[in-house]
Design a binder for this molecule. Structure first.
Ligand code: ATP
Ligand code: MG
Length: 265
């Protein structure tokens, strides 16, 4: 595997490290080339958002945690980017919320599912659904390999966690009556718009917060969890994210140049 050393002091060090992780996982077969493009689209929105978890995203995380805890059959859908970026957190989330992990890919290339399964098992997963012939069921209205699902997993799930999802499948899952929890930095995407709960945040920041929120809420009574969900509005969450981006750009536009050259111009 290739990699370069990024100085800690570099202002974009974290973002560069994440990119390196994704490109390394091109070599392991976990990440598809299209996954790099999808990541770039997300990064652009993160830049505008200010690369921080917003209070509104935290409320979405709380509603997502409550939904997972109240679910009868929660399933966490795993694609290449998510596996490469947060395999350990996914396994923690599955354990804390009693959810199943299912590999679900836009592009099912030879060896890819096995590579993702290995990453999850190395991170401590005991069961991984959706690999190879296990993805024997089909959901309607999806034109990619994402239509292939595991009859023990997504097919029968009532709550599906779909970080970095494609719009077609979000729509199909909603039409099947499922609660869909998405993580998507782009509040304008069809996924963000059509999910039941949209966490507008970087998956890398959102996952650890979601795990701790599930751990915090798991001792609460069901009534309290239902209240957390009923007080959440996805329309408001999406408006908040768009407003945050608008206000930040507006403030920066007042200045135009907002990064100072070291030692002056
Ligand atoms: P849609 O199909 O929902 O309309 P799209 O076609 O614009 O969306 P896709 O490539 O299908 O985009 O899905 C990738 C989505 O994941 C994008 O909306 C992108 O903003 C988001 N994304 C990529 N990387 C991250 C990340 N690290 N954290 C959060 N979101 C991300
Ligand atoms: Mg798409």
């Amino acid at each position: 595997m290739t990699g370069t050393h990024v100085s800690r002091k570099h202002p974009r060090a974290e973002s560069i490290r994440i990119r390196e992780r994704l490109t390394r996982h091109i070599e392991t077969g976990v990440v598809a080339l299209a996954g790099l493009i999808a990541h770039g689209r997300g990064e652009a929105f993160d830049y505008i958002l200010g690369e921080k978890t917003t209070p509104s995203a935290r409320r979405a995380i709380a509603a997502a945690a409550a939904s997972l805890l109240l679910a009868e059959h929660p399933v966490l859908s795993v694609n290449g980017n998510v596996a490469a970026l947060c395999a350990e957190e996914l396994v923690k989330l599955a354990k804390a919320s009693n959810a199943k992990l299912e590999v679900n890919l836009f592009h099912r290339l030879p060896g890819r599912e096995a590579a993702i399964e290995k990453l999850l098992r190395d991170a401590g997963a005991e069961e991984v659904l959706g690999v190879g012939d296990a993805a024997s069921a089909r959901i309607d209205e999806v034109n990619s390999d994402r239509r292939m699902v595991d009859p023990r997993g997504i097919l029968v799930a009532d709550v599906v966690f779909v970080p970095l999802e494609d719009g077609d499948r979000t729509e199909a899952l909603r039409r099947m009556g499922k609660t869909v929890i998405a993580v998507d930095l782009n509040p304008l995407s069809r996924t963000a718009q059509l999910a039941s709960i949209t966490i507008v945040d970087n998956i890398v920041r959102a996952m650890p917060l979601l795990v701790s929120e599930v751990e915090r809420l798991r001792v609460r009574r069901k009534e309290e969890l239902r209240t957390v969900i009923s007080e959440f509005s996805n329309e408001d969450a999406l408006s908040d994210a768009m407003r945050r981006m608008e206000e930040r750009l507006h403030a920066l536009a007042e200045k135009g140049v907002y990064i100072e050259l070291n030692g002056g111009r």
